[in-house]
Design a protein around this ligand. Structure first.
Ligand SMILES: Cc1cc2nc3c(=O)[nH]c(=O)nc-3n(C[C@H](O)[C@H](O)[C@H](O)COP(=O)(O)OP(=O)(O)OC[C@H]3O[C@@H](n4cnc5c(N)ncnc54)[C@H](O)[C@@H]3O)c2cc1C
Length: 390
């Protein structure tokens, strides 16, 4: 091991310890109450931001911690492992990558230091639409240039944390699909200032959902967005969004590793302490083996997350690894959740045991931000060279 990598590993272990200590001050009861009341963890997110954890990926030149995706992944993993719902804040980590890579120097200076200081929240990412779903390039929301503004019309669905964010990264079509050579052209990305937009062309309606993810429907009616809020070149917004996706996949995968380790910790503890037929249930191999299998699956997924993060930080292509990490980790965490439910028997259904909440929460990651089928399609067609299916 080189001196450099030993120093990095030492720093990562220090970060792990600090995030763990911060999360321990909140505890599972905090998350249980938020889930029951559909509340937002404002204080938790503030504290994470002030400690520099949520701004890990913002370079030091813009006031951030200037860390890599490997460190960011450990932060998300520890948040999830503590029993928290990291989905309340994960977008702040990776959405800003689009500004960093595609923003003008003026935009970077305007937004990044304020995001790093916690004065501006960039928690919202508006892509999915009700009629087109995963077929992103077919989206129907339009942005039409009129003078110094773009006028936005259309609809989005499942857009998380809009009510708890100041800014949203929005993808809309600026040139109709029949006028571009490739379906990925003609889309543009915008930074929407939600403080100006809501109630002035943007209507936000919360969705009553299975988990407390603060997801909303958005209705745009002649919303004016200043032309200077265009991110990157007009018509090349798909690239802006795509570029942030590998980091997003890696960070979501690390949340799943955290969830998986959380479930295994809980299963082991309960299987050791619950006595039935005069012995701990964990003494039965029918209880032990599923837990052991989940442990092995999560540790294997964690290795893929680690590989993807190191490739990303080295500036190397990591599309295959980031996608595979997300798929493997989300499936492993779901199975670990299912095993934790089984291990806890009837008590798994009691909310005070927290298992059912985490079970609901970790299920999301096989669907969002990208479903397992779409990852398999990417691996089959882009990695293995099988024929395109769409
Ligand atoms: C709680 C929550 C929060 C979310 N937050 C956000 C957010 O902040 N921002 C945002 O933009 N979006 C968000 N989403 C949306 C999410 O990214 C989408 O739900 C997801 O991408 C799937 O799209 P869809 O729901 O339209 O499913 P569809 O595209 O309708 O797909 C339905 C099913 O069919 C499968 N399928 C579709 N086409 C194919 C194919 N060609 N081959 C094989 N299988 C296929 C899919 O894999 C999926 O299982 C969120 C969703 C949820 C539930």
């Amino acid at each position: 091991m080189s001196v450099e990598s030993a120093a990095r590993d030492a720093q990562i272990s220090e970060i792990r310890g600090s995030v763990k200590a911060l999360c321990a001050r909140y505890g599972e009861q905090y998350w249980l109450e938020l889930d029951a009341t559909r509340g937002y963890p404002t204080q938790f997110v503030r504290e994470l931001t002030e400690a520099g954890f949520l701004t890990a990926l913002i370079p030091e030149a813009y006031g951030g911690a200037g860390l890599g995706v490997l460190e960011a992944a450990v932060i998300m993993e520890e948040i999830s492992r503590s029993g928290a719902h990291a989905g309340a804040c994960h977008a702040q980590m990776y959405v800003m990558g689009s500004i960093l890579r595609h923003g003008s120097e003026t935009q970077k200076r305007l937004y990044l230091p304020k995001i790093a200081a916690g004065e501006l929240r960039l928690q919202s990412f508006g892509v999915t639409e009700p009629t087109t779903g995963t077929d992103t390039t077919n989206l129907k929301t339009t942005a039409t240039r009129v003078g110094d503004n773009y006028i936005i019309n259309g609809q989005k669905v499942w857009i998380s944390r809009v009510e708890h964010s100041d800014l949203m990264l929005l993808l809309a079509r600026t040139t109709s699909r029949d006028q571009v050579a490739r379906k990925t052209e003609g889309l543009s990305a915008f930074i929407v200032d939600l403080r100006d937009a809501v109630g002035h062309g943007l209507d936000v309606r919360p969705i009553n959902a299975m988990i407390n993810h603060h997801a909303c429907e958005l209705f745009f009616t002649d919303l004016k967005v200043p032309a200077e809020n265009l991110l990157g070149e007009e018509g090349r917004g798909f690239r802006v969004i795509l570029d942030g996706m590998n980091a997003e996949r890696i960070l979501i995968a690390s949340e799943c590793v955290g969830d998986g380790r959380y479930f295994t910790d809980k299963s082991v503890a309960y299987a050791n302490e619950r006595i039935v037929f005069g012995r701990p249930i964990g003494q039965n191999q029918g209880v032990q083996f599923p837990i052991a299998r989940c442990h092995a699956e999560i540790e294997a997924a964690a290795l893929m997350v680690d590989k993807a993060a190191r490739l990303f930080d080295a500036g190397l292509d990591c599309g295959a690894e980031a996608n595979m990490a997300k798929m493997l980790a989300s499936e492993a965490s779901w199975r670990a959740g299912d095993v934790a439910m089984q291990t806890h028997g009837g008590f798994a259904f009691a909310r005070e045991y927290h298992i059912e909440r985490k079970f609901r929460e970790t299920r999301l990651y096989q669907i969002a931000p990208i479903s397992t089928n779409l990852i398999l399609s990417f691996v089959a067609e882009h990695v293995l060279g099988l024929p395109r299916s769409f």
